[in-house]
Design a protein around this ligand. Structure first.
Ligand code: FAD
Ligand code: UDP
Length: 383
């Protein structure tokens, strides 16, 4: 029976802890926060409305094995996410930018542009904006330039402090132009919200006799890494450490602080049943915030009040705010790889999750990566 120490009680930590516990291992999960769930944490506000203090989270995946695993810990509420971009005063168009967005913005020219797009690229195709901007047809390039300017450029500058082309292609690929009439934000096979919320789902995942949870515990106060050896509670630890926090923090920033993007959230309760036309409205041409989320639209329940949150992207400052997003640019990956090389000196240390792997991943990928790590550690295959 192996001993495992898992740092972080988000999707990554909870998934690996659960799988290891079911495999008969003793697992201790530590988190510095006083709640489980990581950034997917949600809770009821003073009016009983389910809010997500670390930003809007919607579960979506095409991966059957991930969906089956997560479904063991929650019932689901069918929810298909829709996002509108406010491109100018009183003009809301669907994002990802699609044929409905085109018709809404250019009623007189849309038919002609659609015809060219469909002929050249094909109905139903998804094309990342940077690719569309390079198209050989001038009409398509002109269309792409418009979309780039009105949907991507300003939002991306606000969100990252970089232009779309300065970031790894995976960022723009998340929200390609969609040559379709489908207004959904995601087209994954499975898209749901957990009936009782994400915190309840992760609490259920962690509820196992072989899992011990220690909250309000900062790993840096409990664990020491020195000369290839891990010390826990003052003694050499001969089990396995799985770490889902920031890797630069784990190694005392010996190669410098890794760049992250942080967010500031401003919540407001309003005495009205509805605030905006969709759960999320992106501000793609104006304002300092990137988007407004209206949480009551996730549950679609009738209520008298509503809660909105505005998201203001900001620079990450170590110790001052939360590192939400790794910034996917080449030089940051090179910086990160120094820490990966350092981690290789510790045979019983594994890095996992959005922060420790320095990867812009969704919840389903966090679960999938934890499943893969389980298979790697134990040699067991998850069926
Ligand atoms: P986290 O959730 O960040 O968990 C890491 C945990 O480790 C935290 O609880 C932290 O407190 C703990 N920790 C860190 N350092 C230490 C330490 N030194 N000591 C002790 N504990 C420590 N994904 C989707 O699929 N759909 C969405 O709609 C979606 N929306 C998002 C919106 C926003 C604003 C953000 C930021 C992310 C969104 N994501 C979404 C991504 C999702 O949040 C991540 O994929 C997921 O949370 C990753 O889980 P994780 O366990 O790897 O990391
Ligand atoms: N994006 C944009 N305009 C939009 C929506 C997205 O420019 O209306 C870009 C932006 O750079 C953003 C990225 O696409 O960071 C990914 O969007 P997503 O909605 O996946 O971001 P997340 O929900 O992960 O913050």
């Amino acid at each position: 029976m192996e001993k495992y120490l898992v740092v972080g009680a988000g999707f990554s930590g909870a998934t690996i802890a659960r799988l290891l516990a079911e495999g008969g291992n003793n697992v201790t999960v530590l988190d510095k926060r006083d709640v489980v769930g990581g950034n997917a944490y949600d809770c009821l506000d003073k009016n009983g409305i389910l809010i997500q203090p670390y930003g809007p989270h919607i579960f979506h995946t095409n991966d059957q094995s991930v969906f089956d695993f997560v479904s063991r810990f929650s019932e689901w509420e069918k929810y298909e996410h829709k996002v509108l971009a406010k491109v100018r005063k009183d003009k809301f168009v669907p994002v990802p930018f699609n044929l409905n967005s085109l018709f809404s913005l250019f009623p007189s020219k849309a038919e002609q542009i659609k015809e060219i797009l469909v002929k050249e690229i094909g109905y139903g195709k998804k094309v990342p904006i940077l690719q569309l901007k390079q198209h050989e047809k001038a009409e398509i390039r002109a269309f792409a330039d418009f979309v780039y300017k009105n949907i991507f450029y300003i939002y991306t500058m606000k969100q990252w402090g970089f232009k779309p082309e300065q970031l790894g292609v995976e960022v723009m690929n998340r929200v390609p132009v969609y040559l379709s009439d489908d207004d959904r934000y995601f087209t994954d096979t499975y898209q749901f919200m957990p009936k009782g919320g994400f915190t309840e789902l992760i609490t259920n995942m962690l509820r196992h006799p072989k899992i011990q949870i220690k909250l309000k515990t900062d790993v840096k106060k409990e664990i020491l890494l020195h000369d290839g050896k891990i010390y826990y509670g003052g003694r050499e630890f001969d089990g396995t450490l799985i770490y889902t926090g920031c890797v630069d923090e784990l190694f005392d920033y010996k190669f410098g602080v890794l760049p992250y993007r942080s967010l500031k959230f401003k919540f407001k309760t309003l005495n009205q049943p509805s605030y905006q036309p969709s759960a999320v409205v992106n501000y793609t041409t104006s304002h300092k915030y990137t988007r407004i989320t209206e949480f009551t639209k996730f549950t679609c329940k009738e209520q008298e009040q509503t809660v909105i949150v505005k998201e203001y992207p900001t620079r990450f400052k170590k110790g001052k705010n939360i590192p939400y997003y790794p910034i996917p640019i080449e030089k940051n990956f090179a910086h990160y790889s120094k820490y990966v090389d350092e981690a290789k000196n510790y045979k019983n240390l594994y890095l996992l999750g959005r922060l420790a792997n320095y990867k812009y991943i969704n919840m389903d990928v966090a679960v999938k990566n934890a499943m893969s790590l389980y298979e790697q550690l134990t040699g067991d295959e998850i069926d």
